[in-house]
Design a protein around this ligand. Structure first.
Ligand code: PGA
Length: 250
């Protein structure tokens, strides 16, 4: 199975020139390596120019956030139709950094619903802020999943991608262990199957949080995931080269 690597560029790089260079590097690496599919989420302002560099191949582009309304007075927001018009094929929804800015489960639900209706792949981010000795983090993730997927019809659940990103691992020096990810993947799948039946088995689960060349192979091999959501290591050419090389060999 091909590993899906989603590059979340966040608010990087600083110029379109640098973005173009990074995108070309990403494309070249992906073409030269086996077993990988790359999806890049640049800042929305770079979508149009980068869309011209996307040709048939293994790299596609998407958006880091969308608004659920079709149009109207929403200063600073971007609709799904606008993102699609710029060739976005997926949308990251409910990233921890957006939740920190006030986005709640209800917003995530509306965005996921709109994404499914408008036929763009939602990459739904879930993950607890902290972990204690008890199992409270499982409850946090269950609630996030249940609320995010509330309006998804059963026959559409296979279109949803879940990105599990424990907030404590995002931007951290250490990723979660593959073993703990494996446990979380089983939990996520079980939660989705409970609600959607067998169709839920087909859901793709990604891990995100401090993924780099040193830990990528372990997570891909033992984490029971379809791929990864990568922040920092996706915007630095050297780190990206090392990461994709290790992922391709996993
Ligand atoms: P990181 O970010 O890889 O820099 O930890 C991951 C993410 O926030 O998606």
């Amino acid at each position: 199975m091909k590993a899906l690597i989603v590059a979340n560029w966040k608010m990087n790089p600083r110029t379109l020139r640098e973005a173009t260079k990074l995108f070309e590097t990403t494309k070249k690496l992906t073409a030269s390596l086996k077993n990988l599919t790359l999806q890049v989420a640049p800042p929305a302002i770079y979508l149009q120019p980068l869309s011209k560099l996307v040709r048939a191949g293994r790299v596609s582009i998407g958006i880091q956030n969308v608004h659920f309304e079709e149009r109207g007075s929403y200063t600073g927001e971007i609709s799904i139709a606008q993102a699609k018009d710029s060739k976005a094929s997926f949308a990251i929804i409910g990233h921890a950094e957006r939740r920190m800015m006030g986005e709640g489960n209800e917003d995530v639900r509306k965005k996921v619903k709109a994404a499914i209706e408008k036929n763009i792949t939602p990459i739904v981010c879930v993950g607890e802020k902290e972990r204690g000795a008890d199992a409270a983090h499982f409850e946090v993730v269950r609630t996030q999943l249940q609320e995010a997927l509330l309006d998804v019809p059963e026959k559409k659940i296979g279109k949803v991608v879940i990105a599990y990103e424990p907030v404590w691992a995002i931007g951290a020096t250490k990723a979660m262990s593959p073993r703990d990810m494996h446990e979380m993947s089983i939990f996520i799948r079980k939660t989705i199957v409970e609600r959607f039946g067998n169709a839920g088995h087909s859901i793709k689960i990604l891990y995100g949080g401090a993924v780099d060349a040193t830990n990528v192979a372990g997570i891909l091999r033992e984490g029971d995931v379809s791929g990864l959501l990568v922040g920092r290591a996706s915007v630095d050419s050297e780190a990206l080269t090392a990461l994709l090389t290790a992922a391709s060999a996993a």
